[in-house]
Design a protein. Sequence first.
Length: 107
Amino acid sequence: MQIIPAIDIKDGHCVRLKQGDMQSVTVFSEDPAAMAQHWLELGAQRLHLVDLNGAIAGKPVNELAIREIVSVLEDAIKLGTKIASSPDAVLDAGEIDPGSFSEIDFE
């Protein structure tokens, strides 16, 4: 069994929503890239990223946070999104496989 840590990003911060309510938020970190690095150091081989604002807007919103995560995780090869629109803005951030949008993998 493989455990895949999730980083939910809202307004540029790592958060957890209470019962999916965008107004009921617990902030775990104001630095998503540092959180990604933390999981990597703990041995994570994958991360599941969720752009919560983007899921509501239907397009990437937390692009800066995602770019920062990708820059920290130089070996990232996959980026996950449930956003239907073109992911080109985030693909420009690093070497990301546009054919597989489910999570970031590390080698």
